[in-house]
Design a protein around this ligand. Structure first.
Ligand SMILES: *Cc1c(COP(=O)(O)O)cnc(C)c1O
Length: 445
């Protein structure tokens, strides 16, 4: 049991929390980061698990292709472009004196098919995994079948006896709701107060039941879990603890490796790769980051980005309390315009896995999210939702902050920065309606 006293003691031993409390933009460097895994850190999941998830997504590709014809160009895979953004690099160096060297690229999960966010990786994978298990156990599928048979009227009838539920701040609910409804399940999404109205309407339009809560994400999850437990034919997608969700995200690393090779971008001792990913509860950045560490090892440096009002992973990892501490415990509100990142309490599972893998976490003010969003529109003509812009704080401040400069020199990276590559992981945006975009563009002008 974590008592109030334990929290106070842990906070007192973690000096950075004083600055976090003041909602300063900052970086936390992870003191437990291990450059070389020697002896290798024992992790619960391995590369073999990622390979298995990748194979499963391949088996489902014919079904995805048939149900979502927009995936035709990738033969039913849900994958995003990796695009150099030189005009944005120029902008951040001029406007924010970022001193960024090397190449700046955007991983456009903002434009992933079906759900328009990074959640199209983990969320859809989790529902497919559940579906495969269910269909095989009931004699409706074998591994050698063409999986598009699951879309038949009889199979949809079969799936309609089952309910899939999830708690969400918006995007996870969209990915789970859309895929579950497409397969014929009854889908129920429990939306926290942060969730945007248009996301609820889009889901209702697809036949998904949306339950609204005027409380935070943690409460919406709890309500969903309880409702699901009352129904033996209901499956609850557990964002905080699901290994399946995590592995769905992790497949991104293998796909990214192929894209880097295709674009002649090396990742090695001379060409370190820096990846910056916005973090909410931790599943998406944790899964992607875990995969990247499996694929690129010490040559990838992984940074998360969180809002100054909701830096739950930073608070959990820096104090070592993980999900036993909430940002509310240190006096923050958890309220942020970054709806995808509006989480008070991190996943303890992800925090544990990241302990030796993560280089650090940046925080960013809501105001700057909108500046970066407009910078991207003006320089690259790419629209990203505010949450997805959080990662730009990393590329902008890597060379500014004393703590990161010190980190680069102790890791032997300072003299490699001219040949480094930086990937900003854009996590959402393509489905944001025009009217909402126009409101965003005028926010914090
Ligand atoms: C969900 C989400 C994230 C973060 O993912 P978590 O799994 O909650 O850490 C980042 N950006 C956007 C746009 C999201 O929807």
């Amino acid at each position: 049991m974590t008592t109030k006293h334990n929290i106070e003691a842990a906070v007192a031993q973690t000096p950075i929390i004083e600055r976090v409390k003041k909602q300063e933009e900052l970086v936390w460097i992870n003191p437990q980061y291990q450059q070389e895994m020697d002896p290798p850190v024992e992790l619960e999941l391995t590369m073999a698990d990622i390979d298995e998830a990748e194979s499963r997504l391949l088996r489902f590709a014919p079904l995805i292709l048939k149900a979502f014809p927009e995936t035709v160009s990738l033969n039913g895979l849900i994958e995003s472009e990796l695009r150099p953004i030189p005009a944005m690099k120029k902008r951040i160096n001029e406007k924010y004196q970022a001193k960024l060297t090397g190449e700046l690229l955007l991983k456009m999960d903002s434009h992933l098919a079906i759900a328009g966010s990074v959640k199209a990786r983990g969320g859809i994978y989790e529902v497919l995994k559940y579906t495969e298990d269910l269909a095989i156990a009931n004699g409706r599928l074998t591994f050698n079948d063409n999986y598009d048979k699951l879309l038949s009227e009889q199979n949809r009838q079969f799936f309609s006896q089952y309910t899939i539920q999830v708690g969400s701040t918006g995007n996870l609910g969209m990915s789970i709701g859309i895929i579950a409804a497409a397969l014929g399940y009854e889908a129920i999404v429990h939306m926290s107060a942060d969730a945007k109205q248009w996301k609820k309407e889009l889901l209702r339009g697809r036949g998904v039941t949306v339950m609204e809560y005027d409380s935070d994400y943690g409460k919406a999850v709890e309500a969903g879990r309880q409702l699901s437990e009352q129904n033996p034919k209901s499956y609850f997608v557990d964002d905080e603890n699901s290994r399946n969700l995590f592995l769905g995200y992790a497949v991104a690393a293998k796909r990214l490796k192929a894209q880097l090779i295709e674009q002649n971008i090396s990742v090695d001792a001379e060409h370190p790769l820096f990846v910056y990913i916005p973090c909410g509860v931790g599943g998406a950045p944790g899964g992607v980051g875990f995969g990247l560490k499996q694929v690129f090892g010490e040559h990838v440096q992984l940074f998360f980005a969180e809002p100054t009002q909701a830096p739950c992973m930073l608070v959990g990892m820096s104090t070592g309390l993980h999900n036993d501490i909430s940002v509310v415990d240190i006096g923050l509100t958890g309220l942020t315009h970054a709806d995808g990142l509006a989480v008070n309490r991190p996943s303890g599972f992800v925090g544990g896995v990241m302990e030796s893998l993560l280089s650090g976490i940046f925080t960013v003010s809501d105001q700057n999210l909108y500046h970066y969003m407009r910078d991207m529109l003006e320089t690259e003509a790419i629209f990203l939702e505010p949450s997805a812009c959080a990662a730009f704080t990393g590329v902008i401040n890597l060379g500014h902050y004393e703590a990161t400069r010190h980190y680069l020199s102790t890791q032997g990276l300072a003299d490699k920065m001219a040949s480094a590559n930086h990937i900003v992981w854009a996590t959402g945006g393509s489905l944001v309606p025009e009217v909402t975009r126009n409101e965003y563009i005028k926010t914090f002008l």
